[in-house]
Design a protein around this ligand. Sequence first.
Ligand SMILES: NC(=O)c1ccc[n+]([C@@H]2O[C@H](COP(=O)([O-])OP(=O)(O)OC[C@H]3O[C@@H](n4cnc5c(N)ncnc54)[C@H](OP(=O)(O)O)[C@@H]3O)[C@@H](O)[C@H]2O)c1
Length: 248
Amino acid sequence: MDFSAYKTALVTGASSGIGAQIVRRLSAEGLEVHALARNEERLKALSAETGCKIHTISVDDSAALDKLAAELEVDVLINNAGQSRTGDILNTTAEDVDALLDINLKSVMHMVRLFVPGMVARNRGHVVNISSIAGHYAFAGGNTAYHASKAGVHSLCQQLRVHLYGKQVRVTEISPARCETEVFGRLLGDMEEAQRRFFDDYESLKPEDIADAIAFCVGSPQRMNVSFMEVLPTKQVLGGLNFAKRTA
Ligand SMILES: NC(=O)c1ccc[n+]([C@@H]2O[C@H](COP(=O)([O-])OP(=O)(O)OC[C@H]3O[C@@H](n4cnc5c(N)ncnc54)[C@H](OP(=O)(O)O)[C@@H]3O)[C@@H](O)[C@H]2O)c1
């Protein structure tokens, strides 16, 4: 793998899980990595470990993102920050719907708007957006706004490639299935319960699996664009059909 085409990377949602692992991996490959998230203490610890530069910013803070984009030239943009919520559209709140669309979709749109024109001008760049199997499949237990936000990320990737036609700027969508991070603990507000319910009995992906997948895409030859990669735990499958009886 060859990362020499790129000097800098910006990773959102870098303070834990998949994002922190991407920072470790790309730093080890010699890139200057900028790590963005809200938890400053964790970012500082990651910086002490990897040498990454840190930006304590929420991805829904458009003024802070504008300022960052004015200061920073980014070759590899990894839109990874994301949140989920329990419930579905029948029992959700306006705040939860807005938060999921703002953090998971609108922020990705704005990051692309702010950082991709520079890539086009330099004719060098790579955008990696982390969607989810929730953006591609319907399944029980998923939050409606989460699914819709991730489907939006898929659509954004597809259209962005069209707009970048002829440019040396690649767009990769990574669609993970269950990965052992804090996402479910944050969802339940109880990390131990999430560990018991989602991970103890299931051999899930590890954050380093997704970081390795991303490193493969970023380090692949410049002629090659891994446009879409779905990554599942071996023992998790997608598909299923429900049919309620007339009497149900
Ligand atoms: N784990 C899975 O099973 C799975 C499956 C499919 C897709 N994904 C996607 O993978 C991505 C990474 O999630 P993860 O699994 O690694 O979960 P995680 O451990 O909960 O990490 C989420 C990251 O997003 C950051 N974040 C949340 N809200 C933010 C905001 N407003 N501004 C900036 N950063 C914010 C968090 O940092 P701060 O709290 O410090 O801001 C944290 O670093 C997400 O997009 C998620 O939807 C995960």
